[in-house]
Design a protein around this ligand. Sequence first.
Ligand code: GTP
Ligand code: MG
Length: 243
Amino acid sequence: MYKNHRISLVMPCFNEEYGLPEVYRDLPALIDEVIAVDNNSTDRTAEVARSFGARVIRESKQGYGAAYKTGLRNATGDIIVTMDADGTYPRNFIPILLDVMIDENFDFITCDRTGHKDKPSNWLRVFGNDVLNFFILILFWFRVRDSQSGMWVFKRAILEHLRLTSDGMAFSEEIKLEAMSKKKIIRGIELPVYYKERHGVSKLRIWRDGFYNLFFLFRKRFGLLGSAPPLVARADLQKEPNV
Ligand SMILES: Nc1nc2c(ncn2[C@@H]2O[C@H](COP(=O)(O)OP(=O)(O)OP(=O)(O)O)[C@@H](O)[C@H]2O)c(=O)[nH]1
Ligand SMILES: [Mg+2]
């Protein structure tokens, strides 16, 4: 619990037996529930996650977005924190981000890794991220510094307003588009964090995911993705967590 809010951490996990111990090494005690979504891992991901006390949920549909949708649907906290299961995102920023969210009454915070000067990412990733940020600006008319970041902190209640279609890596940009464009009902902000070298093997296929994410923006902008129901219905949000 943190300031009377129940906190869930949701992580998509595809072969992250080496990343998970790093995440757990300095995970703040204020987190009430950790959901590790095991996405067809062939290593000891599920076993390692369970050994740390995480709730392991299996998702057989492959993909970053598919894993997140299942994890977020199952989360019971008032506030949900997300991150990769590879040790890259700063666990020790979680209390600060929660403070900003609760004290300043934000509904959605997305984390920006781009100010981290000696970031380990190679130039192609930085360039790709900038291209995607640019197309978000011209297609959706809003500015984001790190459209591809995977650390978000948000009130679970906003899930009823999010229409999330992507099962792949584009989920990351889609959740920002969905949350940050609904300014009248969702108060969002992008805040800087630091970022570390990952443990374990990267799952990002730079060219393929990069182009897919670019086409995704056009398809989203011109309504070619069909409609998706809200991730969690209002009636389900009002139920008391069964924990
Ligand atoms: N790409 C990918 N990631 C998945 C999938 N299922 C779960 N994941 C998890 O989603 C997170 C993001 O994948 P990463 O490999 O870290 O991608 P990235 O952060 O863009 O790249 P790195 O900076 O190298 O970590 C990790 O926790 C993965 O284990 C999947 O099907 N595809
Ligand atoms: Mg990662």
